[in-house]
Ligand binder design. Structure first.
Ligand code: HEC
Length: 158
């Protein structure tokens, strides 16, 4: 019995020692993890811009149906719901030699930067805004839109 009690006391004592130690240690670990995390966050924030185009080229199969929905939400304002263009806003995209000649990746790059009126390639004097003015569009969203535009092409390149 006596042994048990002193054992118990020992246990309590060691607990009393261990607890604050444990907490202190844990706290340090946590704050270390915290900085690690924010570093990671900074890294992952910087990463997508570099990795996304690669992902898009390698393993992505575009979805033209989704592209149509996005087109109607974002691009139709200037290019018209049928993509035939609207006067003084956007060009006809159904007979566009530009679209027919470019690869998906080239069109993706184009839509991401747009075409300012000062661009020598600009034919209307009107700006095509980057991503059609919707910065939330991802590379995959834009590839979906491009896949949809491909389904609309009417005149083959002469
Ligand atoms: C604010 C109006 C506006 C919006 C929104 C817009 N565009 Fe444009 N877009 C233009 C204009 C204006 C041009 C023609 C620029 C020029 O004169 O070369 C153009 C040109 C283009 C071209 C080149 C066509 C060619 O034959 O040269 C493509 C492709 C295109 N837009 C795709 C898109 C897509 C995809 C979206 C939606 C993500 C979009 N645009 C949204 C105004 C817009």
């Amino acid at each position: 019995m006596k042994k048990d009690r002193s054992l118990g006391a020992l246990l309590l004592l060691s607990l009393a020692f261990l607890l604050p130690l444990g907490c202190g240690g844990g706290g340090q670990e946590q704050s270390a993890k915290g900085t690690e995390k924010s570093q990671q966050a900074a890294e992952t924030q910087a990463a997508p811009a570099q990795t996304q185009p690669q992902e898009a080229t390698t393993a992505y199969t575009p979805n033209p149906e989704h592209g149509k929905q996005l087109f109607l939400q974002v691009c139709a304002a200037c290019h018209g719901p049928d993509a035939k263009g609207l006067p003084n806003l956007g060009k006809d995209l159904t007979t566009s030699k530009f679209i027919q000649e470019k690869t998906d990746q080239e069109l993706l790059a184009f839509v991401k930067v747009g075409r300012s009126p000062t661009d020598p390639l600009n034919t209307t004097g009107i700006a095509m805004p980057p991503k059609g003015g919707n910065p939330a569009l991802t590379d995959q969203d834009i590839l979906d839109i491009i896949a949809y535009l491909r389904t609309l092409q009417q005149k083959p390149i002469p």
